[in-house]
Design a protein around this ligand. Structure first.
Ligand SMILES: C[S@@+](CC[C@H](N)C(=O)[O-])C[C@H]1O[C@@H](n2cnc3c(N)ncnc32)[C@H](O)[C@@H]1O
Length: 282
């Protein structure tokens, strides 16, 4: 398959369709849950909530605090983090349709006084200029940075908007060598179709993310593969498989193909999810 060139505007348009598909199949959380929580028998939603609670705790968010959730989807994780922490949140995406749904959810949850969802321009993530220097206690992200062509610029912008002592905490899709797939060429035979169908400009690695976060000025507290030494089948219940493979909504073929490509990368072990925590030195 040809290497795709995915731009930020492509990702915005992708989510016009993904909104319908992801909401129908995954509900209001579009990220992997805590693997240990799932292994203990909790549902995908409960495992997502446990992960969000872990993020809030690592970010040291408390009542009165203020956080930016970058790439907030339709708001499920943002609202749960606000609920359990007592902090205020600003969720941002470059897709207004997602934000409209997220705002409705904030009202339903009775959290619209502490949580707002803002639309930003496609490339505003590179500087986050809508936000003042040192104006947040934490920046969180769940599986959103993977969509950015210039991930390093986002980490530099996150550093600027954090207060001294503030924390960057998040999870993201990654690629890695696994089993018989060792070289970049071998890995890309499986990852390239994932990138093409799921509108990703390219996946990073644990060490690549560590380097970009350190390069932005942070002290990295942890950078870990959440599925180290095992294939990443987290939050992929077999009960959802038919829903993905038979999905008939807008751009249905793209989402069906995306499921097949992602499952192939999971099966080969070259796809995983990482978790990162870093502090801005005070
Ligand atoms: C997989 S979804 C995750 C949504 C949410 N964090 C969750 O876990 O439910 C990726 C999110 O990244 C956002 N995103 C992708 N590219 C972006 C960009 N250039 N600027 C802002 N948000 C972006 C998408 O709009 C979407 O909300």
């Amino acid at each position: 398959m040809e290497r795709s060139i995915v731009g930020e505007n492509d990702v915005r348009v992708f989510y016009d369709n993904a909104l319908h598909c992801y909401q129908a199949i995954m509900g209001d959380r579009w990220h992997h849950g805590d693997p240990e929580a799932e292994a203990s028998g909790l549902s995908v939603v409960e495992a997502c909530e446990r992960l969000e609670e872990r993020v809030v705790s690592v970010a040291r968010l408390e009542p009165g605090g203020r956080a930016l959730d970058f790439g907030s989807g339709i708001g499920g994780p943002t609202l749960h983090m606000a609920k359990v922490s007592g902090a205020s949140f600003v969720g941002v995406t470059n897709n207004e349709a997602l934000n409209q749904r997220a705002r409705e959810k904030a009202v339903e949850a009775g959290l619209s006084d502490r949580v707002c969802f803002l639309s930003m321009g496609d490339t505003d993530y590179k500087n986050l200029l809508a936000f003042a220097d040192a104006s947040f206690d934490a920046v969180t992200f769940y599986e959103s940075v993977c969509h950015l062509p210039d991930k390093a610029a986002f980490f530099r912008a996150a550093f600027r908007v954090l207060k001294p002592g503030g924390r960057l905490v998040g999870t993201d899709w990654l690629q890695r060598p696994f089993g018989d797939f060792r070289t970049e060429e071998q890995i890309m035979t499986l990852i390239e179709p994932v990138n093409a169908f799921i509108c990703l400009p390219g996946l990073g690695t644990v060490e690549g993310y560590r380097g970009m976060i350190e390069g932005a000025g942070f002290r990295v507290e942890s950078a870990a593969d959440m599925f180290a030494n095992t294939k990443c089948w987290g939050s992929t219940p077999t009960t959802q498989r038919a829903q993905w493979l038979e999905y008939q909504g807008p751009a249905g073929e793209m989402f069906r193909n995306g499921k097949v490509a992602l499952d192939a990368a999971r099966a080969a072990g070259v796809f995983t999810v990482g978790m990162f925590a870093a502090a801005k030195r005070s």
